[in-house]
Design a protein around this ligand. Sequence first.
Ligand code: FES
Length: 157
Amino acid sequence: MSDTVSTDAIDEILARFADTEGALLPILHAVQAVEGYVPADAIPRIAESLNLSRAEVHGVVSYYHHFRQKPAGKVVVQICRAEACQAVGADEFAQEAVKLLGCDFHESTQDGAVTLEPVYCLGQCACGPSIMINDDIHLRMTTERLKLLVDKARSQA
Ligand code: FES
């Protein structure tokens, strides 16, 4: 994964949404879908194409938890931090996950392989604590299961 967005990719994305009203969010989603995050050098180009200030674009990127400002690891662990999961121990589970991975939310493990992110409801509220590892949802999580799942995901990445 590159440190900067490719010129071709950003040009294609900006052209695709040239006639779209309220294009900022769709553009940011598209950039993240291609690059895995929203590189800092994409922001002035997006701002210019939408006639917005860099601060406005940066403000949106930093407001939404969904948008990453740096590359993620090959394994992305998202832990639900919403209310129903909190009610069944997700806060304690999240603290254990931080200890287990040795990194905080919005950060990656020291080797860069695993990124920890919060998510606010995975639609599995009756079976929390809920998490998603890459595209797979896992329910009724425990720290022991998280360790097994992360080890497995690491070995397959
Ligand atoms: S609150 Fe966690 S899945 Fe809905």
